[in-house]
Design a protein around this ligand. Structure first.
Ligand code: NAD
Ligand code: ZN
Ligand code: ZN
Length: 368
């Protein structure tokens, strides 16, 4: 079939919206009519050329939600008409990692996906007979996508897809970091560094876990106001003195849980240093620049602080994204506050501009 999609033709250049070909789903795959897609930093990072593993041409986009239109042979968990959220982090339920409760990093299609191919090593996307690669295995800046069954989470038929799409990346990453990776305990003191989509999700996750004190740190007063709306009990403007402030307000100990959601290594260091002596856990969500390192004093670790990282919030996508979407439908998570701009596919580059200017939390592309 022919469809419209936003193609990254060359790094550092605007995306080009155009008609491309999409082949039928192969066995184990499904054709999804996309309804909405959020614009995330990772799309911009790849488009800019900063990502060393990036490739072009490719159809960008990974925060998608839509409706299954057709299924390939052997697909048993999806039916045409199902509402789905796309998963750049799949869940095959069979590999060594999927059967372990300790990680969400499914191994099933990793190598092909990293190179922009579907699991059989080919693409369904093409133009004039030349293959176009599938960014993050999702390519959701498009009217349709073909994806493996194991990378589609079936969500409630009640869920509005322009909200549900945010669970495909940023929001779930933050929520999951607090709920699954760190497993925040009731009554805890938490500090969240960064109040973008990921940090605000972490604030909401800490609240859902019953944290007593949730301190959110950002440089923007507007974003800190949003953090209050998600359950932050304290909002602080960040800077070099922030570790001392956390220590001063926790009887010199530090916070039970800290979360980093800025992508800045100096803030990662602050997250480690403001974690509590004895058992404080610092969870890194941000993606640092190429070659950057996290610098810290090993003595902080000997005295009981722990550091971990979280990819997609530690979420096992097919099982847990539907649960999170249900919590949204039940009124536990305020998603509307994150949806700042609605744009068309033709305006995708405007979505990047808005993100660049830090105008709003998420722009969502309406696709059908
Ligand atoms: N781990 C994952 O699976 C995953 C998934 C999605 C995004 N990410 C990464 O998470 C990070 C956050 O994503 P986002 O969409 O929320 O980004 P964002 O840019 O919207 O938010 C980052 C926030 O950090 C704030 N900030 C900057 N300097 C600060 C400082 N010194 N102290 C406190 N706050 C400061 C900014 O004001 C901004 O509000 C990015 O690095 C992104 O690449 C990771
Ligand atoms: Zn993303
Ligand atoms: Zn797996």
């Amino acid at each position: 079939m022919r469809m419209r999609a936003a193609v990254l033709e060359a790094f550092g250049e605007p995306l080009v919206v155009q008609e491309v070909d999409l082949a039928d789903p192969a066995p184990g795959e499904a054709l999804v009519r996309l309804v909405a897609c959020g614009v995330c930093h990772t799309d911009l990072y790849t488009a800019s050329g900063a990502d060393p593993s990036g490739y072009a041409p490719t159809v960008l986009g990974h925060e998608g939600a839509g409706v299954v239109e057709r299924i390939g042979d052997g697909v048993s968990s999806l039916q045409p008409g199902d509402q789905v959220v796309t998963l750049f982090s799949p869940q095959c339920r069979e590999c060594e990692h999927c059967v372990s409760p300790r990680t969400n990093l499914c191994l099933a299609i990793r190598d092909q996906q990293n190179q922009g191919y579907l699991p059989d090593g080919t693409t369904r996307l093409a133009r004039d007979g030349e293959p176009i690669r599938h960014f993050m295995g999702t390519s959701t800046f498009a009217e349709y996508t073909v994806m493996p069954e194991i990378a589609l989470a079936r969500v409630s038929p009640e869920a509005p897809l322009d909200r549900a799409c945010l669970f495909a990346c940023g929001l779930s990453t933050g929520l999951g970091a607090a709920m699954y990776t760190a497993g925040v305990q009731e009554g805890s003191t938490c500090v969240v560094f960064g109040a973008g989509m990921v940090g605000l999700g972490a604030v909401a996750g800490c609240r859902l876990q019953g944290a007593e004190r949730i301190i959110c740190v950002d440089l923007s007063e507007d974003r800190l106001a949003l953090a209050s709306g998600q359950g932050a009990t304290d909002t602080w403007v960040g800077g070099p003195d922030i570790v001392q402030r956390v220590l001063d307000e926790t009887r010199g100990f530090g916070a039970d849980y800290t979360f980093e959601a800025t992508g800045l290594v100096e803030v990662m260091r602050q997250a480690v240093e403001s974690a509590r002596m004895g058992w404080g856990l610092a969870t890194m969500c941000g993606v640092a620049g190429k070659g950057e390192t996290l610098d810290t004093v090993p003595r902080l670790l000997i005295t009981g602080r722990r550091v971990c990282g979280s990819s997609f919030g530690g979420i096992k996508g097919r099982d847990q994204v539907p649960e999170l979407v249900q919590r949204y439908l039940d009124g536990d998570i305020d998603v509307d506050a994150f949806l700042s701009h609605r744009i068309s596919l033709d305006e995708v580059n405007k979505g990047f501009d808005l993100m660049h200017r830090q105008d709003g939390i998420r722009s969502v592309i309406a696709l059908s």
